[in-house]
Design a protein around this ligand. Structure first.
Ligand SMILES: C[C@H](O)[C@](C)(O)C(=O)O
Ligand SMILES: [Zn+2]
Length: 256
């Protein structure tokens, strides 16, 4: 009986309930580490690619915004340049998933980021799980930012965002890639929605601060498993990650 119970529990963990464990969020480092100036990681983009095909983050030195789309990586630099990246580059913070949308909804008359967030959350079946979302379409208005590469000794992120570059575009075709984090995990990832954008013509993108569109199809994937890999660097080991406040994260990650 004991052997049977043991086998059952192992089988349960491996396959997950109804096979849902394929819906896994993979993350390297944490947002509070970024907030505390942990801008150098060991994770290469090619390794990140083994954990998912759609994601976002930044690059070592906090060198701009990272977008992963269909297993390809793009950087939006603070000067607005967009380029495809070599898998050997490294990231200090990134999230990715093997995107497999289980739900598709149409959102209409999205007025701004707040309205977008509320309309998306209205479609979530479980408010305490994580989610990945993807939207491809014509976006009427989008406001993105990118951040300038930093040099050591690295300042905290709150001292970087006053120097971020903001881009505003209208009627642009592209893809919004986003991840939803419940508030209880606020220092691990950005609470609420963390979204990046990449235009179809690969000339525009960044970390989304605001957005407006008439109507778009949204693909939604509920993520019931979270794989967090922490840096094994001396800097990370000695960082005081308790100094991060939710207020600092929200100010740094949302529109001013
Ligand atoms: C630093 C960069 O903007 C990143 C990781 O996308 C973010 O913190 O939002
Ligand atoms: Zn971002």
């Amino acid at each position: 009986l004991l052997t049977a119970l043991l086998f059952t529990s192992v089988a349960f963990a491996a396959s997950g309930r109804n096979g849902r464990y394929q819906d896994k969020l993979f993350q390297y480092s944490t947002i509070n580490a970024i907030m505390q100036g942990q801008y150098d990681g060991e994770m290469t983009l090619q390794e990140l690619n083994t954990h998912g095909n759609m994601g976002l983050g930044t690059l070592n030195g906090l060198d701009g915004e990272l977008i992963q789309l269909d297993n390809k990586f793009y950087q939006v630099s603070s000067n607005g340049q967009v380029k495809e990246l070599d898998g050997k580059m490294k990231t200090p913070f990134a999230v990715t998933t093997k995107f497999d949308a289980k739900k598709k909804v149409t959102l209409s008359n999205v007025k701004d980021f707040q309205d977008f967030s509320e309309k998306l959350k209205a479609n979530f079946d479980n408010k305490n799980h994580f989610y990945a979302i993807k939207i491809h379409g014509k976006i009427d208005y989008i406001k993105n930012r990118s951040v300038p590469k930093q040099t050591r000794p690295y300042p905290p992120f709150t001292e970087v965002t006053p120097h971020q570059t903001v881009f505003e575009d209208h009627d642009v075709e592209g893809t919004i890639i986003g991840f939803y984090t419940p508030n209880y995990a606020s220092t691990i990832q950005v609470p609420g929605f963390h979204m990046h954008f990449l235009s179809d013509d690969r000339t525009k993108g960044g970390h989304i601060l605001d957005v407006k569109f008439d109507s778009a199809a949204v693909e939604i994937q509920q993520l019931s498993e979270f794989d967090l890999v922490l840096p094994d660097t001396e800097d990370f080991a000695n960082a005081d990650l308790t100094k991060t406040t939710i207020k600092d994260i929200e100010e740094a990650e949302n529109d001013k």
